[in-house]
Design a protein around this ligand. Structure first.
Ligand SMILES: [Zn+2]
Length: 339
């Protein structure tokens, strides 16, 4: 999540007045529920802990865009996908989409990299769902290391687990109908540059990009939910597609039963979170998005955003919600409609 300073932006015009008939979300028959659950159950606290402990370790030096620690993290992510037989969609098999230094307009002293991995769908493989999270963070100030465990080590490790779950499904002959791009973006904290670069240089045509599910900070519980930590803020889910919100709610009702908090969908909310993470670059291009978020906390953008403060039970549950929503989006008959 980037700081508010950079968040001032034009009001997004929404089509709020339109009406639509709610199509039924009908692929939750007994069998499909069982199949989805089999793979969701490969998403575990112990895996999430293991990935996040590495990503937010001092070795990666706070993962500042362009610097050594970020590049080490990129290499770690690429090796993870290679080890799991999840391919790169890029030429030559590299997982790294290089972004030249100039693209960062003086905010990075070096070039940097997005990390991309891909699972091809079956009969609807031309249509792509992008699951994104940024893996860069604030780096170091003097000897202080900003580990960014929640921001956004939590989203980074969630994507790894989701990708692994879908790959397991592929290996068992239950692969998704639509394709998945797992997109670990850089340059978020300095101005959403990695996602901006991707939408300007997409690997798959944006018109075939069905949805973007973006995860930025899902490992903590904010003050407002101390008494009910079983929640997640869901932002922007109906802004471009009412059907997308229905899919999200149905997935939650069927499987995860989190309390979905929509308070930040209010156009008058002063935080303007809708404009402050990578999904916004997809939304700008007319692609329906959901942004998953746990709210800010006293460790937000502090060196105290460390792994020991992560609530792994809730991280696992939220990761599963994203997985189940992605499962429905990938396997339903028609792509969600933009209205
Ligand atoms: Zn941030």
């Amino acid at each position: 999540m980037r700081t508010f300073l950079f968040a001032i932006s034009l009001l997004f015009l929404c089509n709020c007045g339109s009406t639509s008939i709610n199509p039924s979300v009908n692929n939750t028959s007994k069998t499909s529920v069982d199949v989805a659950t089999t793979y969701a159950n490969t998403i575990t606290i112990s895996d999430l802990k293991s990935y996040l402990t590495t990503i937010a370790s001092d070795e990666f030096e706070g993962r500042r865009t362009g610097e050594e620690g970020q590049k080490k993290a990129a290499k770690y992510l690429g090796e993870f996908y290679a080890k799991n037989n999840i391919k790169s969609p890029l030429e030559g098999g590299t997982y790294l989409q290089n972004i030249p230094k100039d693209f960062f307009r003086g905010r990075s002293d070096y070039s940097s990299e997005n990390v991309l991995a891909f699972i091809e769908g079956t009969d609807k493989k031309e249509e792509v769902i992008v699951i994104s999270a940024h893996y860069d963070h604030l780096g170091m100030k003097g000897r202080k290391i900003y580990n960014g465990a929640d921001d956004d080590g939590s989203g980074t490790s969630a994507i790894m687990e989701i990708a692994q779950a879908f790959q397991q499904a592929v290996e068992n002959g239950n692969g998704p109908r639509r394709s998945f791009l797992f997109l670990h973006v850089t340059g978020e904290e300095i101005g959403l540059f990695g996602s901006k670069y991707y939408v300007q240089n997409p690997v798959f045509p944006l018109k075939n990009t069905v949805t973007n599910l973006n995860i930025d900070m899902i490992g903590r519980v904010d003050k407002a939910h101390k008494k009910n930590p079983n929640f997640v803020y869901v932002i922007g889910s109906e802004k471009l597609s009412k059907e997308l919100k229905e899919v999200s709610e149905k997935s939650n009702e069927t499987y995860t039963n989190l309390s979905l908090d929509y308070r930040f969908d209010d156009e008058n909310d002063p935080n303007r979170f809708y404009y402050r993470s990578d999904h916004y670059n997809f939304a700008k291009n007319g692609i329906p998005i959901i942004f998953y978020f746990n709210g800010t906390h006293k460790d937000y953008h502090q060196e105290s955003d460390t792994v020991d403060k992560i609530n792994f039970e809730i991280l696992e549950k939220r990761t599963k919600l994203v997985f189940y929503t992605a499962w429905d989006l990938a396997n339903r008959e028609d792509r969600v409609k933009v209205d």
